[in-house]
Ligand binder design. Structure first.
Ligand SMILES: *Cc1c(COP(=O)(O)O)cnc(C)c1O
Length: 375
């Protein structure tokens, strides 16, 4: 229906009126249906191509027997296990239906139409959606141009300059999606220490487990020092449970208490709780996935060099490559080859494509298809 004919638009909350829905990566089944092909591959949503720990699938499958009942609303067993893992009281943990759910809880607790949130240009797309949905104002800081920090990455000085009396939340993705850029312990802690007490800072560590850089911080270690800090983590990426939707926040108990007030009862389902709990017990699987991701990243980067394409150095399980032409065109040409990646023009990166590191065979197939469509 054309927007002009949608009379319900006038009834929608002001923030919602201007909102564009989140564009997820194209599912394999959809591409195969549209193009009448099979064996398509998807390197578009930063999922773990090696899947979750086998014990997580077993635990989730077993939990299906109990789905006539509501899960424990508090997620007791999972919360207790996470508290142990992070060496933090259980009262500091808020479970979410994916970490996006937690980000949404934060905006609903701390933002109103009178308030502002600060984040960087090219930052994760859920921040503007969540902020706008509650009618708050997004203040978007210019990203680094490459002269003082990694090009496309968060410029913390530019972000700090946008923080004012009405700012209630700052979002920082470390590393950031889609750029893959990351902040060091020294620069990130310096930024957090300098924030006024009325500003909550969310450090989104969705890709934490993948990061191998020596100066990359675990921001959750700073929770005692900075009560306005909220750290988010997820089971969707390295733990391979994207389809189940489990994430969580680590914060001051006072903040967790507020998040809990707006959290829907049973926001994390029974199967997801069981699988996430089991996933935490297989460090070996996690380590192996991370190792294979690093090898796959090298495979992609070597492939880009051969094609004389530049890329943005990434700490995650994905990488942005500069195709030297409109990424949408290359994206569509790759679809014809049965390869789904992510155009990022909606992130103001018109010539880049974001590619998730896949299995070795998937990476090879993507690189061959890319060489073909660019030729
Ligand atoms: C993928 C991603 C998330 C989280 O997703 P959930 O599946 O909702 O946990 C959060 N932040 C960033 C930066 C991401 O890329």
């Amino acid at each position: 229906m054309p927007e002009a004919d949608n009379h319900f638009l006038d009834l929608a909350a002001p923030g919602v009126r201007a909102l564009q829905p989140y564009q997820p990566g194209k599912p394999v089944t959809e591409l195969e249906r549209e193009f009448g092909i099979c064996n398509a591959i998807k390197l578009a949503s930063n999922e773990n191509p090696f899947g979750p720990a086998p014990a997580a699938i077993a635990a989730g499958t077993a939990a299906l027997q109990g789905i006539a009942r509501y899960p424990e609303g508090s997620g007791h067993a999972l919360v207790a296990r996470l508290a142990e893992k992070h060496d933090i009281p259980t009262t500091c943990i808020t479970l979410g239906n994916g970490s996006n759910d937690v980000l949404d809880l934060v905006t609903r607790v701390f933002l109103t139409p009178q308030h502002e949130a600060v984040f960087s240009r090219h930052a994760f797309a859920v921040y503007p959606i969540s902020v706008q949905a509650v009618g708050a104002t997004a203040r978007v800081a210019a990203a680094h141009d490459g002269s003082r920090g990694p090009a496309w990455g968060h410029d913390l000085d530019a972000m700090r300059a946008l923080v004012g009396d009405d700012t209630r939340v700052v979002f920082i993705a470390n590393p950031n999606n889609p750029t893959g850029t990351w902040l060091t312990a020294a620069e990130l802690e310096g930024f957090i220490a300098d924030l006024p007490a009325h500003v909550m800072v969310v450090v989104d560590e969705a890709y934490f487990e993948y990061v191998g850089m020596a100066d990359y911080p675990d921001a959750s270690r700073w929770l005692d020092k900075y009560p306005n800090l909220i750290v988010t983590r997820t089971f969707s990426k390295a733990y391979g449970l994207a389809g189940l939707r489990v994430g969580y926040a680590l914060s001051h108990p006072g903040v967790a208490g507020l998040l809990n007030r707006v959290r829907q009862p049973f926001n994390v389902n029974l199967v997801a709780q069981a699988a996430a709990l089991a996933a935490l017990d297989d460090d070996e699987h996690l380590t192996e996935c991370v190792r294979r991701n690093h090898a796959g990243m090298q495979q992609l980067v070597d492939g880009f060099a051969k094609l004389e394409l530049s890329h943005i150095e990434s700490a995650g399980n994905f990488v942005c490559v500069d195709t030297g032409r409109p990424g949408q065109d290359v994206y569509r040409a790759l679809l014809q080859e049965g390869v789904i990646v992510r155009p990022v023009d909606n992130y103001e990166m018109p010539n880049h494509l974001r590619v998730t590191v896949g299995r070795a065979d998937e990476n090879a197939r993507f690189l061959a298809a890319l060489a073909k469509v660019l030729a």
